[in-house]
Write a protein that binds this ligand. Structure first.
Ligand code: G6P
Length: 613
C-alpha cells in the first residue's frame, strides 16, 4: 500500500530513489521520505504531500557534492495507518543514534508493547507510527552484524512487514525482509535495487528476485545473500519481467486511467490469446492444473475478493451458475475468515486480486487452504503472493495497472472467469455447439470494446452535463447488477460524488425516497433479459423527476423515450455485456471526474493495493 524503494550501486543514489518513488506514488501518497548514507552518516529528508515536494526539499537542502557521496539509500511513500500524514510520521524512521534507518510497509501489531519495553531501556520515539519501533529494535539488537540485528528485531514483531534497512556501520549493504508485504530485488550489473513493486525498478533492470515470506536478503552492489529470518539459507530464482517501462508510462494520455481504459482491446486480447480451443468449444487454462476428474468433482465455487475484484466475482457468480450449473457465491474477502465459511470437500475457491497482495484476500486464501478447499488465484501482477500461495491459477496479462481505480483488470477478470465457467461448463452440461458459440463470443470481446470506446465523445458530453451532481444512483439487473455496483464505485473513487449501486428492483425498497431532480440515475438497460423490467424501474425514477441516463444497445431505440440521455454500447450477448457496459461506465466516471478537476490517478485516501486488514 505504501511504496518502498532502495538502491545500492554505481550511480547517484538519490535520483534513482526519487524516480522509483514517483513510479510508486500511485500506491500511497500522503507523505514521502529518503535516507541516504555516505561513509559517515545517514541523511534523511521527509515531506508531506507528493514526491515533488520531497524533490524540492532535497534540491534546497543537499548540494550536488553531497549527493554524489551517497553509497546506498532507501525511500518510501506513505499511506497513513498509525498516525496522521505528517513529516515526523513519514518514513524512513531512525533509532535514537540516527545510525539505523528503516522503511516499512505493513502493520506491527505489538508495537505498543515493544515501544513500552524500549522506552524503559531509554529509547525515545518521535513519531506516532508502529514502524518506528523497528529502527529502535534493530539498534537494540545490533552487535556488529546488521543482518543478524534485523533478523533478531523482526523475530520480535507480530504483524506484517516489508522492510528495507541501512546502517552507518555497514555502508555497503541494504538488508531487506518481508512477511505479508511484497519486496522484490532488482538485479543489475554492479547495482541492485529493492522495491515493493517492480514498476519502481523496471527502468533499470528486468531481472528480479521476489522474496517469499520470512526471507531476509543482504543486498550489496555485487550480489544478494538470501536466508530466512531464522538464518536458514534459501535460494530464489531470478525471474524476468516481461513488460516494458513504456507500459508504466502515460503514452500521451492525460491520465493513466484513461490510457488503461483505452488499452482494453489489447489487455483483453492478451487475456484471451492462446486460451480458446475452438475445435471442441472450450478454454485452455493450464494454470488451473485440473485433471478432468478434479474438474467434474467440483461441486461449488466460492469467490473471494475485495473492491472492484469482488464486483468481477459477482458477475462470475452468474457465469458459473448459468454455464456450469454450479452453485457460486462471492465472499467479501474481509469476512471470509471471520465468519467460518462452509467449505465442502469439492469447493473451488477462486481468489481474485489484481495486485495479488490484498491482505484480506490473502487471508481468505490461507483460510480456504486450511479448510481443505481447492484454491486458485486470479492475479494480474506476476509473482504476487496470492499467485504464489495458491500455486495454481490464471494470470490476467493486462499489463501494469497504475491508475488507482481499477479498469482493465476488472474487464480481464470478468473475461477470464467467463473462460473458467466455459471450461467447467464443458466438463458438465454445456454442449460442444454451445461451447463453440461462446468461444466465438469471447473472441469478439476486443472488437466489442473497440466499438464501445468509439462512443467516448458522446459519453464525454453526457458526463460533462451531469458532472455537477452530488448524488447518483446506478441500477441494474441480472448480469448487469454487479456492473451497476462497479459503475457507482468507479464514480465515487475518482470524482468524490456520492454514488450508490443498487439492484433495480431494490430501489423501491427504500432508496427511492432520495430520488429528486438533482439525483441522476444511471440505468443499465441493455437489450438482454430483464430489459422490460428495468424500463419499468426507469419510469419509477422519471416519475420522481430524477434524470435518467440509460446504457442501451446500439440500434435499440425502445429505451430513448424513458431516458434523458442514452449511452450506447454494441449489441452483444448477456455474457459479454458486463464488459462493454463496464467500459462505458469507466469512461463516464472518468469524464465526470476530469470535468470536476479531480486528481484521477491518485484519488484522495485510496491506495492501489491494500496490504493491511
Ligand atoms: C483497493 C483498490 C481497488 C481494488 C481493491 C482490491 O481498494 O483501490 O481498486 O479493487 O483494492 O485490490 P486487488 O488488487 O485485490 O484486486
Amino acid at each position: 500500500m505504501c511504496g518502498i524503494v532502495g538502491y545500492i550501486g554505481k550511480r547517484d543514489v538519490v535520483p534513482i530513489l526519487l524516480d522509483g518513488l514517483r513510479r510508486l506514488e500511485y500506491r500511497g501518497y500522503d507523505s514521502s521520505g529518503i535516507s541516504a548514507l555516505n561513509k559517515k552518516q545517514i541523511t534523511t529528508i521527509k515531506t508531506v504531500g507528493k514526491v515533488k515536494n520531497l524533490q524540492h526539499e532535497i534540491n534546497d537542502t543537499i548540494s550536488s557534492d553531497q549527493l554524489s557521496e551517497f553509497t546506498v539509500g532507501i525511500a518510501h511513500t506513505r499511506w497513513a495507518t498509525h498516525g496522521a500524514p505528517t513529516e515526523v510520521n513519514a518514513h524512513p524512521h531512525l533509532d535514537d543514534s540516527g545510525k539505523f534507518a528503516v522503511v516499512h510497509n505493513g502493520i506491527i501489531e505489538n508495537y505498543v508493547a515493544i515501544r513500552e519495553q524500549l522506552n524503559q531501556k531509554g529509547h525515545r520515539f518521535l513519531s506516532e507510527t508502529d514502524s518506528e519501533v523497528i529502527a529502535h529494535l534493530i539498534a537494540e539488537c545490533f552487535d556488529g552484524d546488521l543482518a543478524q540485528a534485523v533478523a533478531a528485531a523482526l523475530s520480535k514483531v507480530e504483524g506484517t512487514f516489508g522492510v528495507a534497512v541501512i546502517a552507518v556501520a555497514e555502508p555497503s549493504k541494504m538488508v531487506v525482509s518481508r512477511r505479508g508485504s511484497p519486496i522484490v530485488i532488482g538485479v543489475g550489473g554492479r547495482e541492485m535495487l529493492v522495491a515493493s513493486d517492480v514498476s519502481a525498478l523496471i527502468s533499470y533492470t528486468k531481472n528480479v528476485i521476489y522474496l517469499h515470506d520470512n526471507d531476509l536478503a543482504v543486498v550489496t552492489c555485487d550480489g544478494v545473500d538470501l536466508r530466512s529470518i531464522n538464518n536458514v539459507p534459501v535460494s530464489r530464482e531470478i525471474a524476468k519481467i516481461d513488460w516494458d517501462i513504456s507500459a508504466a508510462e502515460k503514452g500521451g494520455y492525460e491520465h493513466f486511467m484513461l490510457k488503461e481504459i483505452f488499452e482494453q482491446p489489447e489487455s483483453l486480447a492478451n487475456a484471451i490469446r492462446g486460451r480458446m480451443d475452438e475445435s471442441i468449444g472450450t478454454a485452455i487454462l493450464s494454470g488451473l492444473r485440473f485433471t478432468p476428474k478434479e474438474m467434474i468433482e467440483i461441486s461449488r465455487v466460492t469467490l473471494a475478493a475485495c473492491g472492484t475484484s469482488m464486483h468481477a466475482g459477482m458477475v462470475a457468480e452468474y457465469f458459473f451458475e448459468d454455464l456450469a450449473n454450479l452453485p457460486a457465491s462471492v465472499e467479501q474477502a474481509a469476512e471470509f475468515r471471520y465468519r467460518n465459511p462452509i467449505i465442502e470437500p469439492n469447493t473451488l475457491v477462486v481468489a481474485i486480486s489484481q495486485s495479488g497482495e490484498t491482505a484480506d484476500t490473502l487471508a481468505a486464501v490461507r483460510e480456504a487452504k486450511q479448510k481443505g478447499a481447492v484454491v486458485t488465484g486470479l492475479c494480474n501482477v506476476v509473482g504476487a503472493t496470492i499467485a504464489r500461495e495458491t500455486g495454481r491459477g490464471i494470470y490476467l496479462h493486462a499489463g501494469p495497472e497504475i491508475g488507482v481505480a481499477s479498469t482493465k483488470a476488472f474487464t480481464s477478470q470478468v473475461a477470464v472467469m467467463l473462460m473458467m465457467a466455459l471450461k467447467l461448463g464443458r466438463s458438465r452440461r454445456l454442449s460442444v455447439e454451445d461451447g463453440i458459440s461462446l468461444v466465438h463470443e469471447i473472441n469478439k470481446i476486443p472488437e466489442l470494446i473497440r466499438a464501445t470506446l468509439a462512443h467516448s465523445e458522446e459519453i464525454k458530453s453526457i458526463a460533462e452535463k451531469y458532472a455537477s451532481a452530488e448524488n447518483f444512483f446506478y441500477i441494474g439487473r441480472g448480469y448487469l447488477y454487479p456492473v451497476a455496483l462497479e459503475g457507482a464505485l468507479k464514480l465515487k473513487e475518482i470524482s468524490y460524488i456520492h454514488a450508490e449501486g443498487y439492484h433495480a428492483a431494490e430501489l423501491k425498497h427504500g432508496p427511492i425516497a432520495l430520488l429528486e431532480e438533482a439525483v441522476p440515475v444511471v440505468a443499465l438497460a441493455n437489450d438482454i433479459a430483464g430489459k422490460e423490467k428495468i424500463i419499468g424501474n426507469m419510469q419509477e425514477c422519471c416519475a420522481r423527476k430524477s434524470p435518467v441516463i440509460a446504457v442501451a444497445t446500439e440500434g435499440d431505440d425502445s429505451i430513448d423515450n424513458h431516458a434523458n440521455d442514452v449511452i450506447r454500447v454494441p449489441a452483444s450477448s448477456k455474457f459479454t455485456t458486463p464488459i462493454t457496459t463496464a467500459v462505458a461506465l469507466q469512461l463516464f466516471s472518468y469524464y465526470v471526474a476530469n470535468k470536476r478537476g479531480c486528481e484521477i490517478d491518485q484519488p484522495r485516501n485510496l491506495a492501489k493495493s491494500v496490504t493491511v486488514e
